[in-house]
Design a protein around this ligand. Structure first.
Ligand SMILES: Cc1ncc(COP(=O)(O)O)c(C=O)c1O
Length: 415
């Protein structure tokens, strides 16, 4: 039966209490039991982010040029500070978007239109070449824009096989993609090698740093090795980096950047031929939350490089301890050598999905990979405190599955 629209209103507290009660059936994200979707840097970061959001709760970023110069200014500041972080040349530019997916769709659209103009072929159907481990946002973009995606295998180290990628290039290839890191395995594709391929063939290289963009520079600053992945690599044409992931900003907010003005010129939408006159946006969506922009701006100011580095260092210390513990559990191993916060755990002997199924029964939302089968966690400071209990339950579930001999799992991998 369809729910009817309320005939009259209920008291505020009654309504808010209902909302709180809705959460009862949700997974315990604040206890670190949700392995993706949610992020935490520190208590202080979460607090200023939320307070900043509330100061700009009502403002709409769609009106930033006509009504809210405050938003315009914050957007410009964020983009400039991020370009500095990503070692971009002076002529580089960037835009705020509502998430990694939108940043990627925008970069693909900009690349497609740049290529169509360059080839003087307004209906050219291009292809994008990337690893099997690349994010489906590229397939979403390609579906929307009638482009082809060619996925090539990863090597034994789970990084894109650069020779396979080069072999998949043809005259219609408009974009190469490298991830920094990829979501499934948490490893960086070799961006410098991809850059050499991109320069050799004169093809646009996009670096998907949605996960790593606002974490990797600070992990590097903490003294840990991070491969070159940003505009310091000469063949990188564009980059996506999510503020609502390891920037710890309120959702939804991300950034997309272009090295060259002639490429960036194809970003954006403008329309005049309707009753209200000029309609120009730099995003796919129209209305956007001012609060998310204020949150990101406040975090950059409040944390600075040093503050982000303290968080990154604490997080990586927790992750290093987690990885060491995993390597100590019989029959389990970490997949590859992830540089940052995503860790996938496989088994050469046991059905890892069955292990996940048992842990699901203990309140852990399973993060799973289907190839190879693995457990998956994208860890922030929500997950580090939960890790001793996670490991205890994992050890117990692993022993149970070892003793069970061959009972098959029912669950399957889902993002
Ligand atoms: C590597 C990578 N790229 C892109 C995205 C898409 O980001 P969003 O969910 O903000 O659209 C994700 C999301 O996890 C990701 O891991």
């Amino acid at each position: 039966m369809r729910k009817t629209f309320p005939a009259s209103g209920q008291a505020r507290d009654e309504v808010l209490n209902q909302l709180r009660s809705f959460k009862q059936d949700d997974a315990d994200w604040s206890g670190g039991r949700v392995p993706l979707f949610v992020f935490k840097g520190s208590g202080a970061a979460a607090e200023i982010s939320q307070d900043a959001y509330n100061i700009f709760f009502t403002e709409n970023a769609l009106g930033r040029t006509r009504a809210f110069p405050s938003i315009q200014r914050m957007e410009q500041d964020i983009v400039e500070m991020a370009l500095d972080l990503f070692q971009a040349p002076d002529e580089a530019s960037g835009f705020i978007t509502t998430g990694g997916t939108e940043s990627i769709i925008q970069a693909v659209q900009t690349c497609r239109d740049y290529e169509r103009a360059k080839r003087d072929d307004p209906t050219h159907r291009g292809n994008i070449v990337m690893a099997y481990s690349g994010h489906p946002a590229f397939d979403k973009a390609a579906g929307l824009m009638d482009l082809e995606v060619r996925r090539v295998p990863c090597g034994l180290d789970y990084r894109v096989d650069v020779s396979a990628l080069e072999c998949a290039i043809d005259a219609n290839t408009i974009m190469l993609v490298g991830s920094a890191p990829c979501f499934p395995y948490g490893v960086f594709d070799p961006i410098e090698d991809l850059s050499a391929v991109a320069e050799r063939h004169n093809i646009w290289l996009h670096v998907d740093a949605c996960v790593g963009g606002y974490l990797a520079p600070f992990v590097r600053q903490s003294g840990r090795p991070i491969p070159a992945f940003d505009f310091s690599v000469p063949g990188v044409s564009s980059m996506s980096a999510d503020l609502h992931k390891f920037g710890f900003a309120p959702k939804p907010i991300s950034t997309v950047f272009y090295r060259n003005p002639d490429k960036a010129a194809h970003h954006g939408f403008e329309f005049h031929d309707w009753p209200n006159g000029r309609f120009a946006t730099t995003t796919i969506v129209g209305t956007r939350a001012g609060g998310a922009i204020a949150g990101a701006w406040a975090l950059f100011q409040h944390l600075g490089r040093d503050g982000y580095t303290v968080i990154a260092s604490e997080l990586m210390t927790g992750i290093e301890a987690y990885r060491a513990e995993i390597e100590g559990i019989e029959n389990l191993h970490v997949l590859g050598a992830p540089e940052l916060s995503i860790v996938a755990v496989g088994s050469n002997k046991l059905d890892i999905f069955r292990i996940a199924e048992i842990m699901q029964g203990q309140g852990w939302v399973p993060g799973l990979l289907q190839s190879p089968k693995a457990l998956h966690r994208m860890m922030s400071m929500l997950h580090v405190p939960a890790t001793p209990q996670y490991l205890a339950d994992l050890k117990e579930a692993t022993a149970t599955v070892d003793a069970e001999s061959g009972k098959g799992a029912i669950i399957s991998a889902e993002y």
